[in-house]
Write a protein that binds this ligand. Structure first.
Ligand code: ADP
Ligand code: MG
Ligand code: ZN
Length: 474
């Protein structure tokens, strides 16, 4: 029997506020353990949480960017459970009345554009972290992350493959970074994903039983874990077994998922409205204020690149995939005429170099300004394409500006009419037999003469000047 995967994703994104969601503690990453704590976020008796307005503004911005309806009134609930990294014994979250619902996000698939529904976005506080010291028979608690503001973005079960899940996550990640509400750092846990997966026989409406995958800390791992889980569930069902509802952890070292807890251990969180917090009211004018700060989103930027730069859909897609790359490209093309050439150089030469070095665009050893200067030299004909490649490699290796490399290596293209004319005369008189044969119709020999000129100039002659000279002299 053929099965169809059904996937829904839950993403936790840390909001880029300076301070925590219900107290004034700093959110700065990497401080010494428990440096960023106070009586509120350590859950001392008698303290009162006060909602961080900036966190709400960021949540509104995320909701607008994902086409959600923002609730005029939402509420904070207590999600009760016991764990040593949760000093209050409950997490403040939005359960019954989230800040936003009914959104969607469009992804590119091989079959065209696909709309993935977003069920809800809610705000909540993060928990702390346990530190397990292998040299001591005890664990320690670091509460710096306790109370850091998060939004959880829950998708509809509209995703049908690991590739679609990857595309959805990359798009959501790009959007949150474009609107500057989340730093997107997956290693530091600023953008985390849980994946829910079930299978159903093709043609069946009803969903199957799902497993929830946790510990997916990169796009690649999300895709790998989903692929593994689809295979595992297919095997279970084909053997006549049943998938059990459970939470499974992805083990990146062994490339498999393993059961963490089953349904029988599922939590009853005993949600109830937090009596310390009043309902959150978001009036229209607040939403309008946030709308005014909304930058160009990935889809809009892509459309503009197609229209203004006459780039293909594909090129525009690649170049707008992250805000950093898009900004780099826009900086690069500022003084240029030949945008298509700049796009090709960015996507092949620049990105090829970054891939080879394992760097991302923000770590590029060639800054946009220098890359732009190089392409300008190429565009003006000061150097030819071969020389430009040589210069680029040197720039990537040493960080030297392109003009200096061109001078130092003597790579300027020879375009001087009289200089090249002299060489053309020489080459013709040095090769009288070939010249004769050319005149008698063996026009293929033209490239022989061009080759001779290139030899004399060590590849630096400008073919646009040499060609007419050779033609007329021959
Ligand atoms: P929970 O409260 O257990 O996290 P939710 O109902 O809020 O469960 O759903 C969480 C996620 O699981 C959502 O992204 C949703 O789309 C997805 N989901 C729900 N049912 C299924 C299913 N049968 N198969 C795959 N994904 C599902
Ligand atoms: Mg869940
Ligand atoms: Zn605090």
């Amino acid at each position: 029997m053929a099965f169809e995967p059904v996937i829904g994703l839950e993403v936790h994104a840390q909001l880029k506020t300076q301070t925590k969601i219900f107290c004034n503690c700093s959110t700065e990453f990497g401080k010494s353990p428990n440096a960023n704590t106070c009586p509120v976020c350590t859950g001392m008796p008698g303290v009162l949480p006060v909602l961080n307005k900036q966190a709400v503004t960021f949540a509104i911005k995320a909701a607008l960017a994902t086409n959600c309806k923002i609730a005029r009134e939402s509420r904070f609930d207590r999600k009760n459970y016991f764990y040593p990294d949760l000093p209050k014994g409950y997490q403040i979250s939005q359960y019954a009345a989230p800040i936003a619902e009914h959104g969607h996000l469009d992804i590119e698939t091989p079959a065209g554009e696909k709309v993935i529904g977003i069920t809800r976005i809610h705000m909540e506080e993060d928990a702390g972290k346990l530190v397990h010291d292998p040299h001591r028979a005890k664990s320690m608690v670091d509460l710096n992350r306790t109370g850091v503001p998060l939004i959880e973005i829950v998708s509809e079960p509209d995703i049908r493959s690991a590739e679609e899940a990857g595309a959805y996550l990359r798009k959501l990640h790009a959007i949150l970074k474009y609107i500057d509400v989340c730093d997107g750092n997956m290693e530091q846990g600023s953008f985390r994903c849980d994946a829910n997966i079930s299978l159903r026989p093709v043609g069946q409406e009803e969903f199957g039983i799902r497993a929830e995958l946790k510990n997916l800390n990169s796009f690649k791992n999300v895709e790998k874990a989903i692929r593994y889980e689809i295979e595992r569930q297919t095997y279970v069902l084909e053997e006549g077994g049943q998938v059990i509802q459970e939470t499974r952890l992805w083990d990146p070292n062994r490339n498999r998922t393993a059961s963490m807890r089953g349904k029988e251990e599922a939590h009853d969180y005993r949600y109830f409205p937090d009596p310390d917090l009043v309902p959150l009211i978001v009036e229209k004018d607040w939403i309008q204020e946030v709308e005014k700060t909304m930058p160009e989103l990935p889809d809009e930027k892509k459309a503009r690149f197609v229209k203004d730069f006459q780039l293909s859909e594909y090129d525009a897609q690649v170049l707008t995939a992250s805000i950093e790359l898009a900004t780099y490209f826009e900086e690069t093309v500022k003084p240029l005429q030949n945008i298509k050439q700049a796009a090709n150089w960015t996507m092949t030469t620049l990105m090829g170099m970054l891939n080879a070095k394992g760097l991302d665009i923000t770590q590029s050893p060639v800054p946009a300004q220098a890359f732009s200067s190089l392409l300008l030299l190429l565009e003006k004909g000061s150097i030819n394409a071969n020389a430009a490649k040589t210069v680029f490699e040197e720039m990537a290796a040493t960080g030297t500006p392109p003009e200096a490399i061109v001078k130092e290596k003597g790579l300027e293209q020879v375009s001087d009419q009289s200089e090249l004319e002299g060489m053309v005369d020489e080459v013709i008189s040095d090769n009288p037999d070939e010249a004769e044969a050319y005149r008698n119709g063996k026009t293929k020999l033209f490239s022989f003469f061009m080759g001779q000129i290139m030899k004399k100039t060590r590849g630096k002659a400008d073919p646009k000047v040499v060609t007419p000279l050779l033609k007329s002299k021959l």
